[in-house]
Write a protein that binds this ligand. Structure first.
Ligand code: NAP
Ligand code: F7E
Length: 340
């Protein structure tokens, strides 16, 4: 029998990589998406178009803000594993929309856990749960940060993730659920949303190279992040749910560099000097900043046999080369029509 997984946020960066991973392992994969006026399935269109997957890949409309939809999807799909990747995931936007962020990213987790608990009570079936926790929860805690480090959150997003983290532990301890928290440090890819800093940089640098853009406006260049490749990180999520016992795991590369250093890697790849194009714009500063994140993934290495396989230079190159191709296509499509 194929295992059945439900992924919330399946059309996001991580959801699309996780869907590929699980389908490759023979799972039946159900994904939850929100209705949008313009379809947002770009990252999973190749899976939807693959006829060989038509009996193993299904989408359902639902929302973490809507408990009924969650109950309905859990009852209908009866999954063995639930990966909760959905969230309002942008830290700066969480300052503009704190209540909404807390409702979706925090309370939404309880709605989903209740739907799972209810299904388990009625059917006797075990459902394993993965929660997409974040290094943002560490906030201003001194690096390196591990599972033993105290959370010092610095944004509504981070506070909502801390709340969700403890609810997962609460469901584990109160109801014996196999519920695990991944504490994932920043992970990026060519599928990263364009409003996150790495992708904003690779998109802009490639467009600058081809004369499609003149400058790049950014906020704080001094913050340091431990950036890995999303394709590596979804494998750690899966490994957590294959363990006999649930747990909490830091997933990181153990290398941290600044935005400034990342800029240099990307612009160097394109033979450009970043300092000629970057403008620091206070509009992109945050009310409170997280200065320095550096993960200690020793527990994941020892207990999950997981390791990051893509270093930051390889990641910057992968994203820059991808975005250069996008910019080349854009340049071609904006060439004046010659009639030939
Ligand atoms: P992402 O690309 O922003 O994807 C988030 C997904 O959540 C999207 O599919 C989005 O759907 C969906 N979503 C948003 N609000 C929803 C709602 N109310 N109900 C249902 N779905 C909703 O994020 P990601 O980078 O893949 O990250 C996945 C998860 O890991 C998130 O929970 C994030 O907070 C967490 N995380 C990410 C990182 C990272 O570095 N990437 C690190 C640590 C933790 P739409 O397309 O409709 O908006
Ligand atoms: O910012 C600085 C910004 O938005 C990184 C999410 O996936 O990872 C992500 O959150 C740093 C910050 O990621 C700009 O101030 C400078 O210090 O790419 P980001 P994030 O805030 O670390 C964590 C682990 C998550 O869980 C989140 O879901 O870059 N920065 N200038 C900028 N950031 C942005 N977005 N835009 C700028 O122009």
């Amino acid at each position: 029998m194929n295992k059945v997984a439900l992924i919330t946020g399946i059309n996001g960066q991580d959801g699309s990589y996780l869907a590929e991973l699980l389908l490759g392992k023979g799972y039946v994969v159900h994904g939850m998406i929100r209705r949008a006026s313009t379809p947002r399935t770009g990252h999973i269109d190749h899976l939807l178009a693959d006829e060989s997957l038509s009996d193993r890949f299904h989408l359902h409309f639902g929302d973490l803000a809507d408990a009924n939809s969650l109950r309905h999807i859990i009852d209908k799909t009866a999954p063995d594993e639930v990966y909760n990747l959905a969230a309002q995931s942008h830290v700066k936007i969480s300052f503009d929309q704190p209540e909404y962020t807390i409702d979706v990213t925090g309370t939404g987790v309880v709605r989903l856990l209740e739907a799972i608990r209810n299904h388990m009570d009625h059917t006797g079936k075990e459902i394993r749960y993965y929660q997409a926790g974040s290094s943002e929860m560490f906030g201003s805690a001194k690096p390196p940060q591990s599972e033993m480090t105290r959370f010092e959150p610095r944004s509504p997003y981070a506070c909502a993730k801390v709340y969700a983290h403890y609810q997962v532990i609460n469901y584990r301890e109160s109801y014996g659920m196999h519920a695990s928290n991944g504490i994932l440090f920043n992970h990026e890819s060519p599928r990263r949303g364009e409003e996150f800093v790495t992708r904003k940089i690779t998109r802009a640098a490639a467009r600058i190279k081809l004369g499609l853009q003149k400058e790049l406006r950014l906020g704080n260049l001094d913050a340091k992040r431990d950036w890995g490749f999303a394709g590596d990180y979804v494998d750690a999520m899966w490994r957590m749910l294959q363990k006999d016992a649930p747990g909490d795991y830091v997933v990181a590369t153990a290398i941290s560099i600044s935005i400034r250093d990342f800029l240099e890697k990307v612009f160097d790849r394109l033979d450009l000097d970043w300092s000629k194009y970057v403008v620091v714009d206070p509009r992109f500063f945050r009310p409170a900043e997280v200065d320095y994140l550096l993960g200690d993934p020793s527990k994941a290495a020892a207990q999950l046999d997981w390791r990051s396989s893509t270093n930051i230079t390889e990641l910057a190159t992968m994203m820059t080369d991808h975005d250069l191709k996008l910019a080349q296509a854009e340049a071609r499509s904006s060439e004046p029509f010659t009639g030939r």
